[in-house]
Each structure stands twice: as structure tokens, then as C-alpha cells.
Design a protein around this ligand. Structure first.
Ligand code: UTP
Length: 289
């Protein structure tokens, strides 16, 4: 069994109801932040963290995702004939290495835990990463790379966390912390969406995980949790006490692109970090505001 993290699961089978009507016919993971679809940011983050196998959990209506990572010969030919080298390079960058990516279907959106469980045979018996692509991070090194480095020290299960305002705990999965060195927090429990007065901390789970394959034993039970969905948090919570389990504070900024404000903010932040766009965008924003 490999003990380094070679595989990553990208659950992309959700309905994206918060982003309607944009997501009626277009998968929310294909909405663009500046000029790249949201999913590509997560894939690039995984590549930079040394991931070798990319597993997408998709559903009906998501075929644009498969096409995005595939080769488009006609487009290559046209761009080559027209000497559009930069565009050709941008298109090539989106490709994944042949034989190193796969798609598995989640037939019904029964929850994030169920989506991850759908990938169990492709993951097999080794540690793996999960990236929720609608959370886009602006971080250098990338958040998953930060986690892989920490995994080399503590092993077990790792989840990325950030501090949220105490009054907002009811929106997130929250850690119950055993001890905390300011970066890594040893976890003794996970609580899904606690009221502020019941929250054991203000460390909230964000969409990056490194998990041990034993999590599938608990997902196999298909137990429903909050919102009558099969929750990843519930299965992860059962690993606590059996295996090392840590939350890691990451360096960088997070944008929830499944939410309208987060999506627009991500576009502004990523565009402002592009030298060829920054000045003109600043002018346009000043004019608008
Ligand atoms: P969200 O909570 O953002 O749900 O899922 P959603 O359905 O995509 O979006 P809204 O809330 O209706 O707008 C978090 C991640 O888990 C995936 C989603 O695709 C997203 O990446 N997911 C969720 C699945 O793959 N399957 C599910 O059954 C649920």
C-alpha cells in the first residue's frame, strides 16, 4: 500500500442550486474565474501537490467537464495553423496525462459522503486527497501542497481549517480540539453546524482533505446525517481516536465559488493578480464604484 498521497477525488456531482440560473445547463465547476473554469484551479492545485491520479465523481449533465480535460484535435489544428501559440499552450495546460484520470458517476446527489464513496474502487487501499472544486484558494504553495508537507510529519487524516467568526459556526463543520500548536490542531471530535453557544471551537472545515481508506468502511454503511444526506463529516468523525486526525490552518485566501459573492470576489482577486489585467481592472472597478 502506497503511503504517500497519489490520488485525488474531485466530487463534482452536486446540483449547484445556489448558482442558478447559470448552472441550469452548465456545471458550476465549469463557471470561469477570469479565463479558467473553477475545476481547473483545483486540478492545478492537485498537480502541484504531486497528485498522479485524478478521479472525478460526476453526474448527468456534466459532460463538459470530461471534454475540458480531453484532447481537442480540431482546436489544436486550427490554433497551430493560425500560429496562436499562447492559446495553444493554454489549451494544452488543461489536459491531464493519458491514463491518469477517470470519471465515476454518482447516480443521485445523496451527499458529499456518498459522492466520495462512489470513488472507492478507484481509490483502493491507500490514502487519498479530496478537493471540493467550488472552493478556490489563492495560495503559494497551494493548500494541498501545504497539507501533503504536513502529512509527511503527522500522517493519518488531515483536514484544512480556518477560523470563522464565532456567530457563524452554524454554517460549517466545526472541530473539537484536543491540543493546538497554532498551525496543527489534534482533533477529538467534529460537529456539523453547531449553534454558536454549543460550538466547541471556531475552527471550520474547508474543502480539502487527506483521508485514510478506512473512511470507506464507515461510508459503506450509507447512514444519513444532516439534511438527510450521507455526510463525509460523519464518516470522518468515526476515524477519530483510531487514527491520527488533525486540522491544519493553511496560508492563503479562500473563495467559495458556489456562492455568488465568493464567485465574483474570486474573479476580482485573481484578475488583480494578473499583471496584464490589473491596472485596467482597477480603473474599471473605480468607475463602477
Ligand atoms: P455543495 O454543498 O456545494 O452542494 O457541495 P451543491 O449541490 O454542489 O451546490 P448547492 O448548495 O446546491 O448550490 C459541495 C461539493 O460536493 C459535491 C458538489 O459537487 C460540491 O463540489 N457534491 C455534493 C457531490 O458531488 N454530490 C452530492 O451529492 C453533494
Amino acid at each position: 500500500m502506497a503511503n504517500h498521497v497519489r490520488k485525488a477525488v474531485f466530487p463534482v456531482a452536486g446540483l449547484g442550486t445556489r448558482s442558478l440560473p447559470a448552472t441550469k445547463a452548465v456545471p458550476k465547476e465549469m463557471l470561469t474565474v477570469v479565463d479558467k473554469p473553477v475545476i481547473q484551479y483545483a486540478v492545478e492545485e492537485a498537480k502541484a501537490a504531486g497528485i498522479e491520479e485524478f478521479i472525478f465523481v460526476t453526474s448527468r449533465g456534466k459532460s463538459a467537464l470530461e471534454d475540458h480535460f480531453d484532447r481537442n484535435f480540431e482546436l489544436y489544428d486550427v490554433l497551430t495553423q493560425r500560429s496562436k501559440t499562447a492559446e495553444l499552450e493554454a489549451v494544452r495546460e488543461a489536459e491531464l496525462p493519458v491514463g491518469q484520470f477517470s470519471f465515476v458517476r454518482q447516480p443521485e446527489p445523496l451527499g458529499l459522503g456518498h459522492a466520495v464513496w462512489c470513488a472507492r474502487h478507484i481509490v483502493g487501499n491507500e490514502p487519498f486527497a479530496v478537493l471540493l472544486p467550488d472552493e478556490v484558494f489563492k495560495a503559494d504553495p497551494g493548500v494541498l501542497a501545504q497539507m501533503v508537507a504536513a502529512y509527511g510529519q503527522v500522517g493519518g487524516n488531515l483536514i484544512a481549517v480556518r477560523e470563522v467568526a464565532p456567530e457563524l459556526t452554524a454554517k460549517y463543520g466545526i472541530l473539537d480540539v484536543e491540543h493546538d500548536d497554532g498551525r496543527l490542531a489534534a482533533v477529538k471530535g467534529l460537529v456539523e453546524k453547531p449553534k454558536p453557544e454549543e460550538a466547541p471551537s471556531n475552527l471550520s472545515i474547508v474543502g480539502r482533505y487527506i483521508l485514510q481508506p478506512e473512511v470507506f468502511e464507515f461510508l459503506d454503511r450509507q447512514e444519513r446525517g444532516a439534511g438527510n444526506e450521507i455526510q463525509l463529516t460523519d464518516a470522518m468523525a468515526r476515524l477519530i481516536g483510531r487514527q491520527p486526525f488533525h486540522g491544519i490552518r493553511f496560508e492563503g485566501d479562500r473563495y467559495d465559488c458556489g456562492d455568488k459573492i465568493g464567485f465574483v470576489a474570486a474573479n476580482v482577486a485573481f484578475a488583480l493578480s494578473r499583471p496584464e489585467l490589473a491596472d485596467k481592472l482597477r480603473e474599471s472597478l473605480e468607475a463602477v464604484i
